[in-house]
Write a protein that binds this ligand. Structure first.
Ligand code: AMP
Ligand code: MG
Length: 415
């Protein structure tokens, strides 16, 4: 016993546990993409997964145009020293001007097409206006303050690739090539419920012995951020019967069931047993910290992921395991996050389980990216998840010394 508690016998501590890498691979291999698609308004497609390649049949911008408010000229007509040219026309954004009369200049505004025979724009700050004469100094280079047709996108360019999660910038990009509607995979329906007779809904009075259900809000947040539809069955009583009923109901209404709590070995942990009775359990213990219990299985054909109840463990196991599984079901082409190398800004003693410490990045005097860790790393310390920007990964049985290179997973890379 001594051997186990002092951390010397890592084999005894990790016996019967699956490695985090193997658990993730098992999950990813078991996830089956939902292939149905729908075509929706681009402005409503944030966080959805693209189900088509988008190729442009226009140039962006469509015409050579001015990058500044100023004056369009033929650069060959400018020279060293002072010049003055007569303003022959005025071109606003949205208009098409006339061919630039030889030896004249055209008033032009940002985004307005360059008139024929003009090839540069003088900034309005660099001229003085005397009646209809525009005075300036020096030669103007061809192309100065000009945005060329197709310099962003040209005809035939593939601008978006199927399997990509759409961010605000992709919505804008699709709109820039004229797409009003976009084909996306249909929303994944995720059934969720929460076990624990100690749980109280926020807004209600907290009776002695009770705690607020924070995992519900966390799960709504993370599922919304990755474009899922939520079927929320709320809190379920800590009994085997109620748990079985909830699992069956959730499975009948969704593509995936996710629960929190009730998967450890206590007598009040009914989720694992319920799943074994009504479905199949494929794994339930992973050698990681936080989050050792993590259940995975099926209820008929509906996959099931049981997250641990501890709030930090639920948060971590969601991002590290449930999110890649969901991404594959959603049709995403890339489901595993890439850790980035950073410098440790702390010392840490490793243990027999892979650790995901809550950390955040800053830049030190030598311009290195350094990870700091939250001082309290307990699996119930939800403050750590809000303070942090990502997970610092501590490999099994590895002591980390300040200044050493380590791997870091930014939370934003996980969704
Ligand atoms: P369990 O996994 O059910 O053994 O729960 C482990 C710990 O997490 C216990 O301290 C629970 O009170 C707590 N817990 C379980 N579910 C939640 C929840 N939804 N919100 C906040 N804490 C929870
Ligand atoms: Mg419980």
């Amino acid at each position: 016993m001594n051997k186990v508690t002092n951390g010397c016998d890592s084999h005894a501590l990790t016996q019967g546990l699956m490695s985090a890498e193997e658990a993730l691979q098992q999950l990813i291999n078991a996830a089956i993409p939902v292939l149905e698609t729908e075509t929706i308004d681009v402005t409503l497609s944030l966080n959805r997964v693209l189900a088509e390649n988008c190729t442009s049949d226009i140039k962006v911008p469509p015409l050579d145009n001015s990058a500044m408010d100023g004056y369009a000229v033929a650069s060959a007509n400018t020279k060293e020293g002072n010049s003055s040219l007569r303003q022959s026309q005025r071109i606003c954004a949205g208009d098409i001007g006339d061919t630039l009369e030889n030896g004249t200049i055209a008033r032009i505004f940002t985004g307005a097409p360059l008139p024929k025979n003009a090839d540069a724009v003088l900034m309005q700050e660099d001229v003085t206006v005397k009646d209809d004469l525009i005075c300036f100094n020096g030669r103007i280079n061809k192309g100065e303050n000009v945005r060329y047709a197709g310099e962003d996108i040209t005809i035939g360019d593939k601008v978006l690739t199927s399997g990509l999660r759409l961010r605000a910038q992709e919505l804008g990009l699709a709109a820039s090539i004229g797409k009003a509607n976009i084909k996306v995979f249909r929303k994944l329906k995720v059934g969720i419920f929460f076990t624990g007779d100690e749980l109280t809904q926020p807004g209600e009075t907290l009776a002695p012995g009770k705690i607020y259900n924070s995992n519900r809000a966390t799960l709504h947040g993370v599922l919304n951020s990755i474009g899922c539809e939520i079927v929320d069955l709320g809190n379920i009583a800590d009994t085997l019967e109620a748990t079985k009923e909830a699992l069956l109901l959730a499975a009948s209404q969704s593509d995936l069931v996710i629960t929190s709590g009730g998967i450890s070995v206590g007598e009040e942990d009914h989720v694992r047993i319920a799943l074994e009775e009504i479905g199949r359990l494929s794994m339930w213990r992973v050698a990681m910290k936080p989050g050792k219990p993590l259940a995975f299985g099926h209820i008929d054909k509906t996959p099931f992921i049981g997250l641990p109840g501890n709030p930090v463990s639920a948060f971590a196991t969601f991002y590290l395991f449930a999110a890649p599984f969901i991404k594959k079901m959603q049709g995403m082409s890339k489901v595993e996050p890439d850790p980035i190398p950073v410098v440790a800004g702390f010392n840490h003693k490793g243990g027999p389980r892979l650790e995901y410490l809550r950390g955040r990045l800053s830049t030190n005097d030598q311009a290195q990216t350094v990870a700091e860790i939250y001082p309290h790393q307990g699996s119930g310390v939800l403050m750590s998840t809000s303070w942090a920007d990502g997970f610092v990964i501590i490999p099994i049985n590895t002591d980390v010394k300040q200044g050493q290179l380590i791997h870091y997973l930014p939370f934003k890379n996980l969704s």
